[in-house]
Design a protein around this ligand. Structure first.
Ligand code: PLP
Length: 419
């Protein structure tokens, strides 16, 4: 019989079982979708999340599809894989990344993960220890906060500065850090801001990390997806200034997020992360966590080595045109502004001018009402750390983007303050 006075062991003291306390993009988008008006005959325009794979113009390369088919048919990849991934796949990631670095990575420097999201889990889990803290960008990618929270790793936020093209506020970084700080994370090309850091700025980030004695986590899931004046420079280029853990994936550049293949690369030519035990910690966690399916791993060498330059340039051109269309369209609408033209990744941050709007309380309210009235989904900025901003993902079919921008314009006009 259940007895009210029973004290179960796992509830002793005031401690409750852990639950993620931070907002996730998935949760916020799911809540907004509930506001869609089922009677609207128009198609829903998804400007909320970065997964263009559903659009025919963003279909992946045949090379990647063939690589998977061959991997299956070979019957060589039906087995369990070793922790960290099969050697040919790790070697091909190492070679792929080494092309852009002043030193050469080996297969031992690479761990395959179940997409970059899993790479974030592995790194945060490996770095967490009582009393330690990590420096994260605001706005940012909220999975970092959620993972840190789950591992009891304290988060301290530094701002990305819109007036400086979303560069890192390096003075704030120095002021935030103390002797319990383990790492600073940067995302380049940037999600959610669509910025691409200049070479000189990345060098300053590395120098700041060196001064503070911390490592750099470089989230480069949008690596090479840059289409403005700043070329993409991998953070690993500065690995001899401060040690870098580089995160990558095939999800974005090859537009196959469902294939769940990412990696962590130790871009640290001085071997500091090995000496300090960080690599060992990553290795030991990799041994007790999930692996990407072996059949996908089997396809990695072909995917990385055989994809034609033409596929990449086609994607980058599509993104450039979409970014231009998005920037121009937004800036035609009085109540929202995009301070910086996106030059990389798939999204932009847009500021709401609430003073020009009637009956809209904040970014969440804006997104709910926009979904309800216009069947357009955008992500409220609070979900990525910036209240009263919106994140707009422009990586969709051009006609749908135009349609979506038109509906946002109609919505803003309808809700404009009359004076
Ligand atoms: C999409 C994304 C990831 C996750 O990539 P997956 O390989 O799909 O897990 C990680 N970081 C950022 C900044 C992203 O935008």
């Amino acid at each position: 019989m259940e007895n009210a006075s029973t004290k179960w062991g796992f509830f002793q003291g005031n401690e409750e079982p852990k639950a993620a306390s931070t907002l996730t993009v998935r949760d916020v988008l799911a809540t907004i979708m509930e506001n869609l008006d089922g009677a609207d005959q128009r198609p829903t325009i998804p400007l909320g999340h970065g997964d263009p794979s559903a659009f025919p113009c963003f279909r992946t390369t045949l090379v990647a599809e063939d690589a998977i088919v061959e991997s299956v048919k070979s019957a060589k990849f039906n087995c369990y894989a070793p922790a960290g991934g099969i050697l040919p796949a790790r070697r091909s990631v190492a070679d792929h990344l080494s092309k852009d670095l002043p030193y050469k990575l080996s297969a031992d420097d690479v761990f395959l993960t179940v997409g970059a999201n899993h790479a974030i889990e592995v790194i945060i889990t490996a770095l967490a220890r009582p009393g330690a803290n990590i420096l994260l960008p605001r706005p940012g990618y909220p999975l970092y906060e959620a993972r840190a929270d789950f591992s009891n790793l304290e988060v301290r936020h530094f701002d990305l500065l819109p007036e400086k093209g979303w560069e890192v506020d390096l003075d704030a970084v120095t002021a935030l850090a103390d002797d319990r700080t383990v790492a600073i994370a940067i995302i380049n090309p940037g999600n959610p801001c669509g910025n691409v850091f200049r070479y000189e700025h990345l060098q300053k980030v590395a120098e700041t990390a060196r001064k503070l004695g911390i490592l750099v986590i470089a989230d480069e899931v949008y690596g090479h997806l840059s289409f403005g004046s700043n070329p993409f420079v991998p953070m690993g280029v500065f690995g001899s200034i401060a040690p870098v853990l580089t995160l990558g994936t095939i999800s974005k550049r090859w537009i196959v997020p469902g294939w769940r293949l990412g990696w962590i690369a130790i871009t640290d030519p001085n071997g500091i992360l090995r000496k300090s035990g960080v690599v060992k910690s990553i290795q030991s966690y990799i041994c007790i966590t999930a692996d990407p399916p072996t059949l996908i791993q089997g396809a990695v060498p072909q995917i990385l080595e055989k994809t034609a330059e033409g596929f990449f340039s086609k994607t980058v051109n599509l993104l450039r045109e979409a970014a231009d269309k998005c920037y121009d369209g937004i800036n035609e609408i009085p109540c929202i502004t995009c301070p910086n033209k996106p030059e990389g990744s798939m999204s932009a941050m847009v500021k709401l001018n609430l003073a020009l709007l009637e009956g809209i309380d904040n970014d969440m309210d804006f997104s709910f009402k926009l979904a309800k009235e216009e069947s357009v989904i955008v992500l409220p900025g609070v979900a990525v750390g910036l209240k009263n901003w919106l994140r707009i993902t422009f990586a969709i079919e051009p006609a749908a983007l135009e349609d979506g921008l038109g509906r946002i314009k109609a919505f803003c006009r309808r809700h404009a303050k009359k004076d």
